[in-house]
Write a new protein. Structure first.
Length: 288
């Protein structure tokens, strides 16, 4: 069935208006941003919202700004906006690495950063990238605003911490000096979803790894995070041998499923290789 079930449509004119509409319609209402994930799901009748609340006019949710302590990315920033942002690319190259390999320009021109996170598809590239950089998701509702670490944002495939009547307004990424980051992905063809991918973030204190962030895409890592590999790296030297060991640990602890993109052993192999590769590039960038 390629035709959505009937639905009503409301265009929000401000964040307050969007929240009023979401409160009014409760579970029957659903935010629509770029629509690149929601509309296909509605056509397949995997989603059947009775009312769509369109947030595309909310320019206040589109900005990307940096302060000395954090990078702010509005939920309505398009993939293309993030890719075009010099602040994002300089502070967190992992975000530009990931954006370059998300879909194609048509999807990137319309799809939003917030929609990507809220879709919570296990293959979504930005989820792993934002988990690796330890970003916070800022959520607004009738009761006010709250910040949820991206590492606690996902309640499982297609489920997030955004509740009924709430709106994701943006993502805040803390800035730490001495940090480098990178994303490495293998897809079957250009613009395709990941077979597997790894995000790596290293914060150095001299020659020692003060903090490590490793996010994994499409391989069943809890909250997209390779926590055991991070624990291994933290407090030790940043060497090629230890990066390879961290890759092996990440591969051992993730839980990929066999599907049309490949068998489990191939995906684990990719996790090991891509994690090692992303860590090496993150180190180069941290030292630059
Ligand atoms: C052909 C194609 C290829 C793709 N390839 C890739 C890929 O390689 N890698 C990848 O990561 N992604 C890929 N995508 C997914 C794409 O990144 C997402 O579809 C898109 O970014 C989702 O954003 P959107 O604004 O379109 O979300 P929508 O479709 O509008 O919404 C998605 C979900 O998020 C909710 N939502 C949206 N915004 C908010 C908000 N601010 N607050 C609360 N809830 C909200 C909606 O209610 C809905 O449940 C691909 C998509 C297509 C169509």
């Amino acid at each position: 069935m390629q035709v959505p079930a009937p639905f009503e449509y409301e265009r929000a004119t401000s964040v307050e208006h969007a929240l009023t509409l979401l409160e009014k319609y409760g579970q029957a209402g659903r935010v629509i941003a770029g629509g690149h994930s929601l509309i296909p799901m509605m056509k397949l009748r995997l989603a059947q919202p009775e009312v769509l609340v369109d947030i595309n006019e909310l320019a206040e949710l589109s900005g990307i700004d940096a302060t000395p302590s954090a990078l702010w990315i509005g939920a309505l920033a398009r993939h293309a906006d993030l890719l075009a942002s010099p602040e994002a690319g300089t502070l967190f190259p992992v975000l530009h690495d990931a954006e370059r390999v998300i879909a194609d320009p048509i999807v990137r021109n319309r799809g939003t950063v917030g929609g990507s996170l809220c879709q919570a598809d296990p293959s979504e590239d930005l989820s792993a990238a934002f988990a690796a950089v330890r970003a916070e998701a800022v959520i607004q509702g009738a009761a006010g605003e709250r910040a949820v670490p991206v590492r606690e944002f996902f309640d499982g495939p297609y489920e997030t911490a955004v509740g009924t009547g709430e709106l994701l307004t943006g993502i805040r990424v803390p800035i730490r000096p001495g940090t480098g980051s990178a994303y490495a992905k293998v897809g079957r063809r250009a613009g395709d979803w990941a077979v597997a991918a790894a995000a790596a973030v290293l914060t150095l204190d001299g020659d020692t790894i003060d903090e490590a962030g490793i996010g994994l895409t499409a391989v069943g890592a809890p909250q997209f995070v390779a926590a055991e590999a991070e624990d291994f790296l933290r407090g030790g030297a940043a060497t090629a041998e230890r990066f390879a060991k961290a890759g092996a640990i990440a591969a051992e602890h993730c839980r990929p499923a066999a599907d049309q993109r490949g068998p489990v052993d191939y995906k684990r192999h990719l996790v090991a290789v891509l994690t090692t590769r992303a860590l090496a590039l993150a180190l180069t960038r941290a030292e630059a």
